[in-house]
Design a protein around this ligand. Structure first.
Ligand SMILES: NC(=O)c1ccc[n+]([C@@H]2O[C@H](COP(=O)([O-])OP(=O)(O)OC[C@H]3O[C@@H](n4cnc5c(N)ncnc54)[C@H](OP(=O)(O)O)[C@@H]3O)[C@@H](O)[C@H]2O)c1
Length: 338
């Protein structure tokens, strides 16, 4: 079988498609023949040497796949054989075949293509944890979604609309029409404007009930300032550091040095909360994640979960896929197909 290997830290030329022996399923595992694998911003940061959770290189990235169950290990219900599934993979998903624990796999709703199936796990679980589980977003409240046009951003928009919240979203201006067509109430051009000033104007100086921020560094301080009383800030990424080579290391260092410290007394007096989320650090809580995933798959049937795949790139074009995302061209999900 073939896999996408990040051979070392560097630019897109370090990504190679290599042949590897087929996996065999262990106890409680299945082997999935992958039809589509999700590409995430973490894969780019890993290639750039900026992702602390990355496996040591050479490595095969990939947190999620969709495909068909091809082989079963001991202890797995035989009814899974031949089923179309989506699965969470603790790396290695960008392969033609992968062995995963049966508990990390879910039946793919028929209405979804394999490409759409691979767009669900990371983006929607992250958005669900941010908005529903930790952010406690309620009908009538307001939410600020940064990078609203990205994979997690669009998932958050779907969930916020279902909840009945008022939605504010920052995105490159070329993505605004798509976003308003999709239901975003207030798109904000954060590339050419001071988004906080625009938001304050739109909310009559009140701010929002929840802000979710994957930009990181000093941007978290600004998002905190965007909160209304009883507002919450969810921090979940460091996109700001993205760059290859020394530039990336310097940007990451600068971002870490400029990361705000939140003082408990200041939070108490302003009625604000802050929290962090790293979906990749929840592997020891499979029951929780499974409950969220089942709720989201129900959302597919009810049609409020509508994964948008911008483009599917062939494994051989993985470099182009990384470049596409780095250059901010994607709206929604980018997937890789064997
Ligand atoms: N903590 C977690 O569990 C978790 C899980 C999933 C994702 N994340 C984080 O969430 C963020 C979004 O991830 P995603 O996979 O959904 O990717 P994505 O949002 O689809 O990523 C690409 C988009 O990010 C925006 N962006 C902002 N700063 C950027 C920069 N410096 N370089 C390139 N693009 C930049 C661009 O949108 P505009 O054109 O609108 O600027 C771009 O189109 C990432 O920071 C990722 O690490 C965290």
């Amino acid at each position: 079988m073939r896999q996408i290997v990040t051979t070392t830290t560097g630019d897109i030329d370090v990504l190679k498609v290599q042949a590897k022996p087929d996996p065999t399923p262990g106890e409680g595992e299945v082997v999935i023949r992958v039809r589509a694998a999700g590409l995430n911003f973490a894969d780019i940061l890993s290639r750039q040497g900026l992702y602390p959770d990355s496996p040591p290189k050479p490595c095969v990235m990939g947190y999620e796949v969709s495909g068909v169950v091809e082989a079963l290990g001991n202890g797995v219900n035989s009814s899974f054989e031949g089923k179309s599934v989506v699965a969470l993979t603790r790396f290695g998903g960008q392969s033609e075949k992968i062995a995963v624990r049966a508990t990390q796999m879910f039946e793919k709703p028929e209405r979804l293509t394999f490409e759409q199936g691979a767009a669900i796990p990371v983006n929607y679980l992250t958005a669900y944890a941010l908005l529903v589980v930790m952010g406690s977003l309620h009908a009538g409240e307001s939410v600020l979604i940064h990078n609203a046009g990205g994979g997690v951003g669009l998932a958050a928009l779907d969930i916020a609309k279902k909840i009945g919240a008022e939605t504010y979203g920052t995105a490159s201006p070329g993505k605004h029409k798509f976003l308003t067509d999709r239901g975003l109430d207030h798109p904000i051009d954060y590339r050419n404007q001071d988004w906080l000033a625009v938001l304050q104007q739109l909310t009559n100086g009140r701010g929002v009930d929840l802000a979710i921020d994957p930009i990181g560094g000093p941007h978290w301080k600004k998002s905190y300032a965007a909160l209304r009383h009883t507002g919450r800030l969810g921090m979940f990424g460091m996109s700001t550091a993205s760059a290859s080579g020394l530039a990336g290391k310097l940007k990451m260092l600068k971002a870490v040095l400029q990361t705000p410290r939140f003082h408990p007394l200041a939070m108490l007096n302003k009625n604000r909360g802050v929290f962090g989320l790293n979906l990749g650090h929840l592997w020891h809580e499979p029951e929780k994640v499974a409950v969220w995933m089942r709720e989201l798959l129900r959302g597919v049937d009810e049609e409020w979960v509508q994964p948008h795949v911008d483009q599917a790139f062939a494994f051989d074009d993985v470099g182009k896929a990384h470049r596409y995302m780095e250059e901010r061209k994607n709206i929604g999900k980018v997937v890789l197909t064997p």
